[in-house]
Design a protein around this ligand. Structure first.
Ligand code: ADP
Ligand code: MG
Length: 519
């Protein structure tokens, strides 16, 4: 036919096809996984990320690192999504999922070099992933998931994180206590646990508050700093002369008239204060202003008032105490009051905080995180957030597996055994999947200064003879042993999710052989 070539795309668009497209995508995906590899495990290092405005984040958390890295390459972005999905679904294991995905891509590249077709790789990987899920089921520990095991789960997820001067052990206790507090018949109400950070003390001072903590201060210095057994009125009312009212024009042509106007205003303000005082509330939360004269009066009456409370704090107070929001002072009655065991106001340097403890309506608790600097509390907040997630996951499913690489060793072993029965080139892909999983124990070894190959050989031998073998870090010591006995455990769901999302992303990237990008 010959003739003119036909353009079906804009001349500006960029197109990469075939092997080139595959290898550039694989390379980008691998690079992302490589970026988080050194942070894995108890001896993982931290990363300092500086954005274009100079804002600094110091973290060990895979999802946070990838998120902050501002990755643009579309295939690389898919690995970032693996970490994000992992974070959303189970709250931990983001680095693990990322490095597995990266290694699945690395193995796929070798297979492509050996002329194994992408669809064969994809089939093999899916088959291996399903064997992996069976292997995880087999690794689930027999012991019932009690507080002791939950503490181990929390501690395993926090080791290597910026837990400051605090032993992970006491933080783990706080985390388990928090999750137990919000446990219901239908599972764990994870949303009822919040984390509030406050700079200024050592992380040892981190504690569990049986209630909520908000950034609010009393409207007047003379008010009580704490009220026990509080009846709380929540108002959407301005307690003062409304600015709108003052605009009304008065024709004042004598001192008497002026005095009368002032008296009228005084008595209006006095009226508000008396209405509030007589309602029987001992704590008042209002979303609007409170006139100084009203504050003074209420302070004298021993009433604690918080003014201009933000809408999210107001909502939290309402859900904790069971108060009903009142829009007009005349409508205020006892039935609308919320209740709490104690409401207190505390000052922390530049910050004022209000604690609402023992709210009558909801079992909310707050992990009140302390730390010397902003970077410390921020990283602690992430570590505790992850620990809360994994403890909730482990408690709900009742399933934990050995950590420290033992589960990955067991999965790889089962896959290799079953691979023997798989025909053709697909067998190569199934075996490659097992090889990719070795990245977890290898990296744990490398990050503790061990030779990764030696460690792998020793771990496989120990797995063969003992059935369970991980590379356990305890202080300065690194030993091979049964992680269940040493208390290094991860929720089974963290491993399940990591395998699933890493497999999905890797197979999706491998299948792409044509990248068309608009300029
Ligand atoms: P991720 O983002 O994947 O959770 P982490 O840096 O939290 O990455 O590392 C998690 C890995 O570290 C898991 O495989 C876990 O079993 C392992 N781990 C936790 N504590 C220990 C320990 N004391 N010794 C060895 N491995 C541990
Ligand atoms: Mg972790």
């Amino acid at each position: 036919m010959g003739g003119q070539p036909m353009f079906i795309m804009s001349e500006d668009s960029q197109r990469t096809q075939g092997r080139d497209a595959q290898s550039s995508n694989i390379m980008a995906g691998k690079a992302v996984a490589e970026a988080v590899r050194t942070t894995l495990g108890p001896r993982g290092m931290d990363k300092m990320l500086v954005d274009s405005s100079g804002e600094v984040v110091i973290t060990n958390d895979g999802a946070t690192i990838l998120n902050e890295m501002d990755i643009e390459h579309p295939a690389a972005q898919m690995i970032v999504e693996v970490a994000e999905t992992q974070e959303e679904e189970v709250g931990d294991g983001t680095t693990t999922a990322g490095v597995i995905a990266g290694n699945l891509l690395g193995e796929a590249e070798d297979l492509i070099d050996q002329d194994v077709h992408a669809t064969t790789i994809v089939e093999g990987y899916h088959e291996a992933a399903s064997i992996a899920q069976d292997a995880i089921d087999e690794q689930v520990g027999d012991a019932a998931v009690d507080d002791e095991i939950l503490k181990q789960v929390a501690e395993s997820s926090m080791t290597g994180k910026g837990t400051g001067g605090l032993t992970a052990e006491s933080l783990a206790e706080t985390v388990v206590e928090a999750v137990r507090h919000v446990e219901t018949d239908d599972g764990v109400a994870r949303d009822n646990v919040t984390v509030h950070t406050q700079i200024g003390a050592s992380s040892n001072a981190t504690e569990l508050v049986p209630g909520i903590v908000i950034d609010e201060e009393p409207a007047h210095e003379g008010m009580p700093s704490a009220v026990e057994d509080a009846s709380i009125a929540v108002l959407d009312v301005e307690l003062g002369v409304r600015t709108g009212d003052v605009d009304a024009e008065y024709a004042i042509d004598s001192i008497d008239q002026l005095n009368a106007a002032i008296d009228a205003e005084e008595s209006e303000v006095q009226g508000y204060a008396e209405t509030v005082a007589e309602s029987g509330a001992d704590v008042v939360i209002t979303t609007d202003d409170v006139d100084d004269r009203v504050s003074t009066f209420l302070a004298n009456e021993g009433i604690l008032v918080f003014e201009n409370v933000g809408s999210s704090d107001t909502k939290d107070i309402i859900s904790a105490t069971g108060a009903t929001r009142v829009g007009a002072l005349d409508d205020l009655e006892e039935a609308d009051f919320g209740h709490a065991d104690r409401i207190s106001a505390e000052n922390y340097g530049d910050d004022d905080l209000a604690f609402v403890e023992g709210g009558a309506a909801a079992e909310t608790v707050t992990v009140f995180v302390r730390g010397g600097t902003e970077h410390v509390v921020d990283e602690l907040e992430r570590a505790i957030g992850d620990a809360l997630d994994v403890v909730a996951t482990a408690l709900e499913s009742g399933e934990v597996v050995p950590g420290a690489g033992a589960t990955e060793i067991a999965i790889a072993d089962k896959i290799r055994q079953e691979a023997a029965g798989i025909e053709g080139r697909k067998q190569l892909a199934v075996t490659a999947f097992a090889d990719a999983l070795d990245v977890v124990p290898r990296t744990l070894a490398a990050n503790t200064g061990q030779d990764p190959i030696d460690a792998l050989v020793d771990l496989r031998a120990a797995h063969e003879s003992e059935g369970r073998a991980g590379l356990i870090t305890d202080g300065e010591d690194v030993t091979i042993g049964d992680p269940l006995e040493s208390g290094v455990v991860d929720p089974a769901d963290v491993k399940r999710e990591a395998i699933e999302s890493a497999t999905e992303a890797a197979t999706m990237i491998v299948r792409i052989d044509d990248v068309i990008a608009a300029e």
